[in-house]
Design a binder for this molecule. Structure first.
Ligand code: DGY
Length: 305
């Protein structure tokens, strides 16, 4: 029987299954445990089931020398110091695939909502500002037939491409070796799907936004820090960019007084790309499978890259 700490209550039955075999401690708070609390609860544990809001760093790993496996409840692993884990022989697992379609659905919802001004229209109705059918009111941009640049065309990017095919969109796939600025200059819709690495931090900066069409829409369901948020605010404020839909920000949560929120034509969601009942339960199953394998000293079925 191993000791496992789960840093939040998660949907699905996977944690119950783990608890039938192991001593499982689940953090019951409405907010993540503070780093010092996480270190304390991790002491003596052989496995941790962590969220993207937990930092897995040297300090945590030093506090829990028995650790064999970290199962991160996310497809991303940018909250985990992978090199520090590798040095200590701690395996790190993630939850790919489980959330691909849910995140692609959300990216498409953001594309449509940002392009067609859905939030402004909805707010106007609720505020009693809808007085008549407006020939020039709440105008947006066509999604059908538009050119879509997928920045980081991996699993989720390809799932967005499948949806875009139904809208007759032209797809530009921009991987590490393609010319980002050339694609941005052609795109009507830009959707970000790259992991956060040192190479992609601030990838969409002032220079990148400067080459975008002023009618372009930017959607981010990847990681907030891929976008230079100051540059994004300026681009939206000056009309250099038509609209943006963000599911991810830096920091998370974004404080209500954050300057980014003063920008016009901006829709921000609280990082809900994978937030469907099915996706979150499947992510839990994958995290549990990673823990089972890690505790058994086997290769993880879903290792972090
Ligand atoms: C992930 O898994 O990395 C997502 O951003 C969370 O849904």
């Amino acid at each position: 029987m191993a000791r496992i700490f789960v840093t939040r209550r998660i949907p699905g039955a996977a944690v119950e299954r783990l608890a039938a075999l192991h001593a499982v401690d689940v953090w019951d708070g409405a907010l993540p445990p503070a780093p010092e609390v996480l270190r304390e609860r991790a002491q003596g544990c052989e496995a941790l089931l962590t969220m993207l809001s937990d930092r897995v760093d040297d300090e945590l790993l030093d506090a829990a020398p028995e650790l064999k496996v970290i199962a991160n409840y996310a497809v991303g692993s940018d909250n985990v110091d992978l090199a520090a884990c590798a040095e200590r022989g701690v395996a790190v697992g993630v939850t790919p695939d489980a959330l691909t379609e849910a995140t692609a659905d959300l990216a498409f919802a953001l594309i449509l909502a940002a392009a067609r001004n859905l939030i402004a229209g909805h707010d106007a109705v609720r505020a009693g500002e809808w007085r008549t059918w407006e020939p020039a009111g709440w105008l947006g941009h066509d999604v059908h037939g538009a050119t879509l640049a997928l920045i980081g065309p991996g699993r989720i990017g390809e799932a967005v491409a499948r949806r875009a095919a139904g809208f007759d969109m032209e797809i530009l796939r921009v991987g590490r070796h393609e010319d980002l600025h050339a694609a941005l200059a052609r795109a009507d819709v830009i959707s970000l799907h790259c992991p956060l690495t040192e190479a992609t931090r601030g990838l969409i900066d002032a220079a990148a936004l400067a080459v975008c069409k002023p009618t372009a829409i930017l959607v981010n369901t990847a990681r907030g820090a891929v976008v230079d948020q100051g540059a994004l605010r300026d681009a939206l404020q000056s009309g250099r960019l038509a609209a943006a839909g963000l599911d991810v920000t830096d920091p998370e949560p974004l404080p209500p007084e954050h300057p980014l929120l003063t920008a016009p034509n901006l829709l921000v969601l609280p990082h809900v790309g994978s937030a469907t009942h099915t996706a979150r339960a499947r992510m839990a199953d994958m995290a549990a499978a990673n823990i089972d394998a890690g505790l058994a000293g086997e290769a993880l079925p879903h290792p972090a890259a």
